[in-house]
Write a protein that binds this ligand. Structure first.
Ligand code: NUP
Length: 256
């Protein structure tokens, strides 16, 4: 139960004045609640929607997350918010929901290890890496993540993703499986490509970005085999983010 464990650690660190027994009690209760709410592999799978929180106004970012907490299964953050809020935003958000750090790491094993382990220490439940970094770096990511999850990008959702990532998506899915990643990032903008990855990765999780602002549809992505869709601007830039999020969530629900 990766999320529970890493979050428990954060709670202990975040409450230095509490008595030792009080700490433990809180961590144990948190662990039980998370266990009840979470599927066996970590993140809950309730609405199947992950919020891509690229809102760079920190107060707004936290307010949107709080407002949408019932509609989302996790929040995914990327460099834009980290750069304005600082890395402690990972810890703050992890007290509200599972946090996926979309760092798209592409580096040598030692650097991958340092980035992943420090991200998980901050409270992240999952980290996104590029699959093209190869076996040694992917294995380093999985090792460094411990109980947290690693997701590998097989093919990027924007048109440029067709140039270098798409032609190698199948190989990248296979290498990800061999290295023990928890799941993959595949494009909602090209549902047929999600289906292709699904055929290779069996019951591993697929998270699909590109819904809304990039033209992809949540229902098509889910029907093609995605477990979760990742939605950013269509929600956080909307006049009423909660209405949009609730609408997408109910569309997904009705797709089953
Ligand atoms: O292939 C990818 N496409 C993509 O959009 C891999 C990603 N990780 N993302 C991320 O998903 C992107 O960086 C952004 O944070 C989010 C999509 O946001 P939006 O287009 O819904 O606003």
């Amino acid at each position: 139960m990766l999320a529970s464990f890493s979050k428990g650690t954060v709670i202990e660190r975040a409450t230095p004045l509490m008595s030792h027994i009080h700490h433990k009690e809180i961590v144990v209760r948190y662990f039980i609640i998370r266990t009840l709410l979470t599927d066996v592999t970590g993140m809950k799978m309730n609405t199947r929607m992950i919020l891509a929180l690229d809102e760079t106004d920190v107060k707004k970012a936290i307010a949107i997350t709080e407002d949408l907490i019932e509609c989302i299964d996790a929040v995914k953050i990327n460099w834009p918010l980290i750069l304005t809020a600082g890395p402690d935003i990972i810890t703050k958000l992890s007290r509200l929901t599972d946090v996926i750090c979309d760092f798209k790491i592409a580096d040598i094993p030692n650097t991958v290890d340092l980035i992943v382990s420090n991200t998980v220490k901050k409270g992240a439940s999952a980290v996104i890496v590029h699959a093209f970094i190869g076996e040694d770096s992917l294995k380093a990511a999985v090792r460094a993540a411990g109980d947290a999850e690693i997701y590998a990008v097989t093919e990027m959702s924007h048109p440029g993703g067709m140039t270098f990532t798409a032609p190698h998506a199948e190989e990248m899915a296979k290498i990800g499986i061999d290295c023990g990643v928890a799941g993959f990032i595949a494009p909602a903008t090209r549902p047929d490509r999600i289906a292709l990855v699904r055929a290779i990765v069996g019951d591993k999780k697929i998270l699909s970005p590109g819904v809304g602002a990039q033209g992809g549809s949540a229902i098509s992505a889910i029907k093609a085999g995605a477990n979760y869709v990742i939605v950013g601007r269509a929600i956080y830039k909307a006049d009423n983010p909660k209405t949009v999020a609730a609408t997408i969530a109910s569309e997904i629900k009705n797709a089953f």
